[in-house]
Design a protein around this ligand. Structure first.
Ligand code: ACO
Length: 162
C-alpha cells in the first residue's frame, strides 16, 4: 500500500493512476459531469493524492493548492465502492494534510461536501465556521458562485494536529 501525490506531468505511470482515479470519481460522484472531472484531474494546477495497492488505485483526493493564499480547495474525494469504510479515506486525508502543509505550505482547506459525505468531513476535522479571512479566499474558488454556506473548512490549528 502506498500514498502518492501526482499531477498531469506526462509520466506514463502517473497517467495510468490518474485515469484509474477518474474512473472511481466517475462512479462515486454521479452528480459530477464526467468532462468536469477529467478537466480538473488533468489540469496542471490540480494535484491528486492517491492510495495505491498492487499498482491499482483504491481512491484519492484531487485538490488545487492556492500557494500564495495558503489554502487548498478539495475538488473531489472518493474511495472505490468495495473498499469504503475501512479507514482508507481517513488515511488519505491525513496524507493530503501532511503533503499540503510540508510541500505546498498551506494552512487551510475548503471544500463543498455532498450532503452524504458531511459526516466524513466532520470526522476529519472540517467545520462550517470559516476562520480564514475573506480576502484570502474571495475570488479564488472554482465554485465561488456557490454560497459558502456549503463550504467546509479545515485548518492546521492545535486541536487539529495530525
Ligand atoms: N457519512 C458519515 N460518516 C462517514 C461516511 C459518510 N458518508 N463515510 C465515512 N464515514 C465515517 C466512517 O464511519 C468513519 O467513522 P469512524 O472513524 O467513527 O469509524 C469515518 O467517517 C472515516 O471512515 P473511512 O473508512 O476512513 O472512510 P472511507 O474510506 O469510506 O472514505 C469517503 C470516505 C471518501 C466519503 C467514501 O466513503 C466515499 O468515497 N464515498 C462516496 C463518494 C463521496 O461521497 N465522496 C465525497 C463527496 S464530497 C467531495 O468530493 C468534495
Amino acid at each position: 500500500l502506498k500514498f502518492v501525490c501526482v499531477s498531469n506531468d506526462g509520466i506514463d505511470e502517473h497517467m495510468v493512476w490518474l485515469i484509474g482515479l477518474k474512473n472511481i470519481f466517475g462512479r462515486q460522484l454521479p452528480n459530477m459531469p464526467k468532462e468536469y472531472i477529467v478537466r480538473l484531474i488533468m489540469d496542471r494546477n490540480h494535484k491528486s493524492v492517491m492510495v495505491i495497492r498492487r499498482n491499482l488505485v483504491v481512491g484519492g483526493i484531487t485538490y488545487r493548492p492556492y500557494v500564495s493564499q495558503k489554502f487548498g480547495e478539495i475538488a473531489f474525494c472518493a474511495i472505490t465502492a468495495d473498499e469504503q469504510v475501512k479507514g482508507y479515506g481517513t488515511r488519505l486525508m491525513n496524507h493530503l494534510k501532511q503533503h499540503a502543509r510540508d510541500v505546498d505550505g498551506l494552512t487551510h482547506f475548503l471544500t463543498y461536501a455532498d450532503n452524504n459525505a458531511v459526516g466524513y468531513f466532520i470526522k476529519q476535522g472540517f467545520t462550517k465556521e470559516i476562520h480564514l479571512e475573506k480576502k484570502r479566499w474571495h475570488g479564488y474558488l472554482e465554485a465561488m458562485l456557490v454560497t459558502l454556506f456549503y463550504a467546509y473548512v479545515w485548518n492546521f490549528s492545535e486541536k487539529n494536529v495530525i
